[in-house]
Design a protein around this ligand. Structure first.
Ligand SMILES: [Zn+2]
Length: 411
């Protein structure tokens, strides 16, 4: 069989299954759950895949809601390709009434439905034509908080995986994701000494002054960094007492850049700024450093196939691999296992921010139904390319190593 004929069969299979998949997307939309509490979501998806003939393992990588649904026609055969299904919804905050605050305003219902659609379609072909390899649909919790994929990666879930992909819906023109940003943050707390501002100001140690000095030090430091580095600093708490010299001041610094190695060089400088301000004012300082997700890297080897498959399905795409300033936990995965990320659009006519009320309406629109089919097909096509020619994966692994080396050199 020619590859294109097999793709035609995938296309027909997804067309036939699309109503069922769309019902799944709606069911997930109707049951939004926050990070690490995606119990219903995990159950709905894993049961669906079990009913489709996948072998399901629940509670993997130390996460209760994570699951692996795997299928291979020829037991133990390679390559192993993982399609990731993100499970969590987000808290919309005060913008929504109390009982409607948790919503799928990032479209993870579409992510997990397309992963399921692609998985079942490729299983159908593997089964029918005795294809070598293993396909796994992996339920990955807590993308919005914590970073479930990173925990699963650290706990060995992806140890024997050869290639991975995850889809994310977007707005504007469809695209293939390029790099996104690595991040770290610092919570800095200054402790001074409270004193009356009129009668005893000489006894006070002003923690807010330390905060101001820290703020300006960061502003100065910002000018001495590479263009790709974004640094944001803000006061988060200076107390509310009136007539008293502030004895406590809390600050937050958030740093983002493409190359995570740049963060290693920047962290001690930020600490110096924090400690310098403490010294200048006589305050004590507590510094809490947190490392966030690592950014995605390019994989043009996979891009080439994914682009060709999008074109085959008639979907217009932006040129190249498109960088963005966001961050997500797939970046850590694709630094260990070569990966790729399709971003089909839910709103072709304009750009709409994720996590907003407006975007939420589009994750359940007629176009979303189309994207469920499109996303399932494009990921199944690309998986098929890799199963039929595993040398593509070897090439992608080499490219991944080169990209990581480039980061080392650009440090
Ligand atoms: Zn998302």
């Amino acid at each position: 069989m020619e590859t294109n004929e097999l793709k035609k069969e995938i296309n027909d299979y997804v067309e036939k299954e699309n109503e069922k998949l769309w019902k799944l997307a709606i069911e997930l939309y109707d049951n939004p759950e926050l990070y690490l509490r995606e119990y219903k979501t995990s159950e709905i998806l894993s049961t669906f895949l079990e009913n489709e003939g996948f072998t399901v393992e629940r509670g993997v990588g130390t996460l209760e809601t994570a699951f692996i649904a795997s299928y291979s026609k020829v037991k133990g055969s390679k390559p192993r390709i993982d399609i990731l299904a993100e499970l969590d919804a987000i808290d919309m905050g005060e913008r929504f009434p109390e009982n409607e605050r948790v919503q799928h305003a990032c479209g993870h219902n579409i992510i997990s439905t397309t992963a399921t659609g692609a998985g079942t379609a490729i299983k159908y072909i593997m089964d029918k034509y005795n294809l070598q390899g293993e396909i796994r649909v992996v339920g990955t919790p807590a993308e919005e908080q914590v970073g479930g994929k990173i925990i699963m990666l650290e706990n060995g879930v992806f140890d024997d995986t050869d290639a991975s992909m995850v889809l994310h819906p977007t707005s504007g023109t469809s695209k293939i994701a390029g790099r996104c940003k690595s991040s770290m943050s610092f919570e800095v707390t200054y402790n001074g000494f409270a004193a009356h501002i009129g009668n005893h100001r000489e006894k006070g140690i002003n923690a807010q002054d330390a905060g101001v000095i820290f703020y300006t030090s960061i502003a100065a430091l910002r000018y001495q960094t590479k263009d790709e580095i974004q640094m944001f600093v803000k006061f988060t708490d200076v107390g509310k007492e009136e007539g008293i010299i502030p004895s406590k001041c809390k600050m937050l610094v958030a740093v983002k850049c493409f190359n995570p190695l740049l963060l290693d060089g920047l962290a001690p400088k930020i600490r110096n700024c924090a400690e310098g301000a403490a010294l200048a004012t006589g305050c004590t300082v507590e510094i809490e450093e947190k490392r966030g997700y690592k950014g995605r890297i390019y994989n043009h080897t996979f891009e080439k196939y994914l682009r060709k498959n999008f074109e085959m399905l008639g979907e217009p795409l932006k040129e190249g691999m498109v960088d963005d300033n966001g961050g997500e936990d797939f970046g850590d995965v694709m630094r260990k296992i070569p990966g790729i990320m399709p971003y089909p659009t839910l709103i072709p006519e304009k750009r709409v921010s994720l996590h907003t009320k407006e975007y939420l309406e589009h994750v359940i629109s007629p176009r979303a139904k189309y994207v469920v089919g499109l996303g399932s097909k494009v990921m199944a096509y690309t998986t098929l390319d890799l199963l039929l020619d595993p040398s593509i994966i070897e090439e992608a692994k080499v490219e991944m190593a080169k990209e990581l080396q480039k980061e080392k050199e650009g440090e």
